[in-house]
Ligand binder design. Structure first.
Ligand code: FE2
Length: 201
């Protein structure tokens, strides 16, 4: 695979158009935002292949700008893929493997959820619950301005709190949107990721 190979947006699963409390219009908008990020990723990768590496400079250079925007575009691509991947479930309190990670790191599922909700309210972009392979524990992080929240951590829950995620359904009421999100997470999917990544419990 060459480094300039294009990626394609994943299709929106039909079940994601029938969520409780998150409208079809919102999810269609989400998919447009995601598909645009995929297209920008492809455009930037192609531009990088043609850009002058010898002119790369940390104060300003096309190479610098393209590399920064590639990080930004990829963060949107990856965030939305996790977001879409774990919606469409019954929500509620997590059980099984994720609950064990939450218990271990936060003392209880409720304490994890309280911190995750606060993380979402404090963010200008994304809230992630990720397993940190160095600390060997679950942690909640803000993801903003395209940057991955931390290295060597695997996202297990990704909550989009950009305006397009909730303005259609809730105007400025982000709290209600966060509640709706948590009522649509498919914890079986999340637990499947924990198993697939061989995250130790
Ligand atoms: Fe989004």
């Amino acid at each position: 695979m060459s480094s300039t190979e294009e990626i394609a947006p994943r299709p929106l699963a039909p079940g994601l158009l029938r969520l409780d409390g998150i409208s079809r219009a919102t999810m269609e908008a989400q998919h447009r935002v995601y598909a645009a990020a995929v297209a920008k990723r492809n455009e930037i990768v192609a531009a990088l292949a043609a850009a002058d590496r010898d002119a790369a400079h940390h104060l300003y250079s096309p190479y610098r700008e393209l590399k920064l925007e590639l990080t930004s575009a990829l963060a949107e691509v990856k965030g939305h893929e996790v977001f879409f991947g774990h919606l469409g479930g019954a929500g509620g309190d997590p059980a099984g493997a994720f609950a064990r990670l939450a218990d271990h790191a936060f003392g209880s599922v409720g304490a994890w959820r309280d911190d995750f909700r606060a993380t979402a309210m404090a963010s200008r972009g994304w809230a992630f619950a990720a397993y940190d392979w160095d600390e060997r524990r679950l942690a909640n992080h803000i993801g903003e301005q395209g940057a991955a929240p931390v290295w060597n951590a695997t996202p297990l829950v990704a909550l989009d709190v950009c305006e397009h995620a909730y303005a259609i359904d809730y105007q400025t009421d982000r709290t209600s949107y966060v509640d709706a999100f948590l009522e649509n997470v498919d914890w079986d999917v999340v637990n499947g990721w924990i198993a697939a990544y061989a995250i130790p419990l």
